[in-house]
Design a protein around this ligand. Structure first.
Ligand SMILES: Nc1nc2c(ncn2[C@@H]2O[C@H](COP(=O)(O)OP(=O)(O)OP(=O)(O)O)[C@@H](O)[C@H]2O)c(=O)[nH]1
Ligand SMILES: [Mg+2]
Length: 191
């Protein structure tokens, strides 16, 4: 899909007002959120890193009539307590207050049992009541034969009833399903 970087923002006052609906990417640090943006764009529009904690701001991308928002990861331990507190506050504020937010994608690493924070965020996103897509990312890192058992463990641990998509930024497995999900958001009423 066509994606154009719109802006980065931290403070509430600087979040863009566009009238467009938003789909935001939630997931722990290093899960592959920014890589997903690049994969969908088919170009390097977002900064990624092997080290967790790369994305520190809300990053807004415009594409096909919706905004995609690349968020900082939750649960990044290697920053000061004060920074952690601020990052969490920013994420919570965005998730709870952002009126344009109409759908969420939660990205978890297919290789690992979801963390305590994955569970907490899953519940928070579920409570919002908006469409929620669960991505089992880095699917290229485990054999296809174990995808179903990984799915079962992750879905049970999260207590999730969200639709699941296997995703890889390397092979682009799952891209169509993600783009379809995003396309449906244009039809969701806002607010
Ligand atoms: N094998 C594999 N590696 C991936 C995939 N997606 C992302 N990665 C790698 O995972 C690392 C982290 O990717 P990012 O996209 O920066 O992760 P992020 O979720 O944006 O991380 P923060 O900005 O810290 O929250 C990078 O080294 C990526 O190359 C994938 O589908 N498969
Ligand atoms: Mg990132």
């Amino acid at each position: 899909m066509r994606l154009r970087f719109l802006q980065s923002a931290m403070a509430f006052e600087s979040w863009p007002v566009t009238g467009m609906r938003e789909v935001a990417l939630f997931g722990r640090s290093n899960a592959g959120k920014s890589s997903l943006i690049n994969a969908l764009a088919g170009a390097k529009v977002a900064r990624t890193s092997r080290d967790p904690g790369r994305t520190r701001t809300l990053n807004f991308y415009a594409g096909d009539g919706v905004l995609l928002v690349d968020l900082p990861g939750y649960g990044y331990a290697h920053m000061s307590k004060e920074q952690q507190r601020r990052q969490t506050a920013l994420l919570e504020r965005y998730a709870q207050r952002r009126e344009a937010l109409c759908a969420a994608v939660q990205l978890v690493d297919i290789r690992h049992r979801p963390s305590e924070l994955d569970i907490v965020w899953h519940e928070l996103l579920k409570r919002r009541g908006d469409p929620l897509l669960l991505l089992l990312g880095k699917a290229d890192q485990v054999g296809r034969g174990s995808w179903r058992s990984r799915e079962k463990e992750i879905v049970e641990t999260l207590g999730s009833d969200a639709p699941v998509v296997f995703w890889s930024a390397r092979t682009l497995e799952g891209r169509q399903a993600i783009e379809s999900f995003i396309a449906t958001i244009r039809q969701v009423p806002m607010g």
